[in-house]
Design a protein around this ligand. Sequence first.
Ligand code: ATP
Length: 337
Amino acid sequence: MKLTVTDVHKSFGATQVLRGASLTVQEGDLAAVLGPSGCGKTTLLRIVAGFENLDTGSVRIGDREVAGLPPEKRKVGIVPQEAALFPHLSVARNVGFGLPRGSSGRTERIEECLELVGLAGYGERMPHQISGGQQQRVALARALAPRPGVVLLDEPFNALDRSLRVSVRDEVRAALKRAGATAVLVTHDQEEALSMADTVAVMREGLIVQEGTPAAVYAAPRDLGVATFVGEAVVLAASGGGRDTVSCELGSLPRRGDGPAGPGRVALRPEQFVLRTPGEGSGGLVERVEFFGHDAAVTVALESGTVIRARTRGDVPHRPGDRVGVTVEGPVLFFAG
Ligand code: ATP
């Protein structure tokens, strides 16, 4: 079901944690709430779940206002940070925990949810007999079993090591999609948010400051804070010369969007830097080459002292110590002020 959070305020004593947070998640979408530690993500999630009461504002699941209702009346499924399975119950009994005992179709629903998360046939195992990633998927099956209107995932991959995290998050996304669930994922990991979610909501100091598809937020962040939090950027002093150009130490560059002339800063994305032969563009010295297979990141110290990190193709010919020229491709983000 659609989730609509509107203008939620919440204080703990004198500390104002949410200052008018609003968030909309369309039915069937996975939204990531992305923000630095302490910005209020978990508090927002707990308010949607009903574990905390809001001071003012509204939380609607479908057409129903749920603020004020106890958690069990909200039809919300929760996947906590660590799977938190009941260790003395089998996988099947964990998944069935939220389904009334003896209800018709209970066994079938448990099996169906295990299938959704790719664990058909695991019902008789005990939690300690499956891996951490599988435990997290059982936790998701348990959350999905009562057919919740919204599924909330609170940094669900934190306890997993990095190599496992990528595959588990693909599996979790696939299971949510198969179930047609509306879901909110809270994370401080931008790669996780950008790669998994249909929409991202960037949170800062108790407010959602921008919502949109990952590509839209990356391409058109509303301010420098969002630009540097969502994706990498090199920030340089600049001046908006006219409606559509901006000048900085890397030259006069086309500007994304238009706006007033005057001082400000540009944010340059790693894929906008092009490495050339010395003499073209700004000169610099290669400091580091990180090879990722399909692509590479090359760190270059420019003669001005500015350090940039360029994303290039994997077959990069450069080595640390090489002299290169650097130019910038495509329109750049400019923020006045
Ligand atoms: P993290 O990523 O570190 O989990 P977060 O963005 O989820 O952070 P919250 O856990 O929502 O942030 O906390 C936001 C602020 O609210 C913090 O300063 C925290 O100390 C404060 N806070 C949260 N819960 C309570 C509480 N029950 N009583 C008092 N202060 C609280």
